[in-house]
Design a protein around this ligand. Structure first.
Ligand code: BES
Ligand code: ZN
Length: 460
């Protein structure tokens, strides 16, 4: 391994230059006008994988943005890693809050700033460079690797389940590796063993066929903004508990052991609140902040639209109001069951004087694994070698819906090998990646392949 690590240390600056080129492509999957950029990014990814020495590299069409596939299967008898990541990024608005342009990667104080730096191009690129170091120095990898990268993660992976179902033989592996999550804190590397799921909806409320003069008609009809506010206000009680009937039926309670372990993590609620700029934290009564974020479900209003919000005053009863809402789910909640419960509840509480329509957007199942799994332990050792510190084991509040699909369709465990930081502004202005962690992540990935190669796997 020494020659591999030497190579990585020698090439440190080149990696950053190459990453800048990757980050320059505005592969925003949510915006149709960026579809050609998403494709160009897939093509860039294909070239990058060919250059590092991967084989069978190709761009595979889907009904949406393409999937990139590559493999290297020359390590006979050794385990096979299925590496998953995404090359698409979130939109950049509000643009005026960026301190440097989102697609001109800029380095300040040891961090590289650009959309996609941490979520997820930087973390994907780390693995490309670890593979390159092995192949350039030894002509081989210690493990077999298949790679799939999608261009629709940020819009709910809508074509990936079908792709996985249709290509099961091509994706045969022993373990999935994903680097698309943060570590616990700066200087506290971690292995993540649980993610929340998601159920996302749009609610449309219509009161009348057109906007109305609030003097002539105010008092005669229900105001859709008010009706929507009343519906939304009935989603949670004052203690932060969600009021949808049956919502908590399948929630797996935290074990005493897990609660105990989390209490010992280096987490300071006051510092956390200060960093967020929150006057006071708020969440479900009876749970700590980490418990609320990692192991309890939530209900959130992502956005609301309705009526007059321009400058000055306008006396109007709007015809329509709209909200986008989502719930983060925890094991063993099922997004479809939750969707049904939510729709039933909205129907029940909606005032009869308006028309209410609920549209299901996307969803994903929550996920959790045992951390005594040998692959998770191997990942722990690799992190320790890359970062000089043993990792803590944590759960995360975000969602990567495909992780549950890998488990259900391919029967594969996943290792979440993320090296982002919680304050790296994923989905927000000034997204960034710590270059020390980028470099440590390349070394840790190189060690990961080595560690995984020692795990015995049964072959039919
Ligand atoms: N990298 C995140 C997932 C993530 C975030 C994991 C925080 C752990 C902690 C990923 O790119 C993402 O944003 N996922 C979406 C999924 C959704 C669109 C279905 C999310 O969590 O909102
Ligand atoms: Zn994301």
């Amino acid at each position: 391994m020494n020659n591999v690590i030497d190579f990585i240390n020698t090439n440190r600056d080149r990696y950053v230059d190459e990453l800048k080129d990757y980050l320059a492509i505005p592969s925003i999957s949510a915006l149709p006008e960026h579809a050609p950029d998403v494709r160009r990014c897939a093509e860039w990814t294909v070239d990058a994988l060919r250059r590092v020495g991967m084989e069978n590299v190709r761009l595979i069409e889907t009904p949406g943005h393409p999937v990139v596939y590559a493999d290297w299967l020359g390590a006979e008898g050794a385990p096979t890693i299925l590496f998953y990541g995404h090359y698409d990024v979130q939109p950049v608005d509000p643009l005026d809050l960026w301190e440097s342009p989102p697609f001109e990667a800029t380095i300040r104080d040891g961090e590289i700033y650009a959309r996609g730096a941490v979520d997820d191009k930087g973390q994907v690129f780390m693995h490309f460079k670890a593979i390159e170091a092995h192949l350039k120095q030894n002509g081989r990898l210690p493990v077999n690797i298949r790679i799939i990268l999608e261009g629709e993660e940020e819009v709910g992976s809508r074509n990936l389940d079908d792709f996985i179902k249709a290509n099961q033989a091509q994706l045969a592996a022993d373990v999935v590796v994903i680097s698309d999550s943060p570590m616990f804190d700066r200087g506290v590397p971690s292995i993540c063993y649980g993610l929340r799921g998601l159920a996302y909806f749009q609610i449309d409320v219509r009161g009348t066929k057109s906007d109305l003069h609030s003097g002539s008609f105010g008092g005669a009809v229900v105001n859709p903004n008010m009706a929507l506010a009343q519906i939304l206000a009935q989603m949670k009680d004052r203690g932060g508990r969600i009021k949808i009937p049956g919502f908590y039926d399948d929630v797996r309670e935290l074990s005493a052991e897990e609660r105990d372990q989390w209490k010992r993590l280096p987490f300071n609620e006051r510092r956390y609140a200060k960093e967020l700029g929150a006057p006071k934290l708020f969440g479900e009564t009876g749970y700590s902040t980490l418990e609320r974020v990692w192991a309890r479900p939530t209900f959130d209003i992502n956005g609301m639209l309705g009526g007059f919000t321009g400058e000055g005053a306008k006396t109007v009863i709007p015809a329509v109001a709209m909200a986008k809402v989502s719930m983060r789910l925890v094991p063993n909640q099922d997004p479809d069951r939750i969707a049904q419960q939510f729709e039933d509840y909205v129907r029940k509480i909606a005032p009869k004087s308006v028309e209410v329509k609920v549209t299901r957007m996307h969803g994903g199942k929550p996920w959790m694994t045992e951390f005594d799994n040998p692959f998770v332990q191997a990942a722990g050792r690799a992190i320790e070698k890359g970062f000089g510190k043993a990792p803590v084991f944590n759960r995360e509040g975000g969602s990567i819906p495909v992780v549950a699909t890998f488990q259900e369709i391919l029967g594969l465990p996943s290792v979440l090998f993320g090296v982002g930081l919680p304050d790296e502004n994923a989905h927000a202005p000034n997204e960034k990646l710590d270059l020390g962690n980028f470099h440590g992540g390349i070394i840790a990935s190189a060690f990961l392949y080595d560690e995984v190669s020692r795990i015995p796997v049964a072959r039919p």
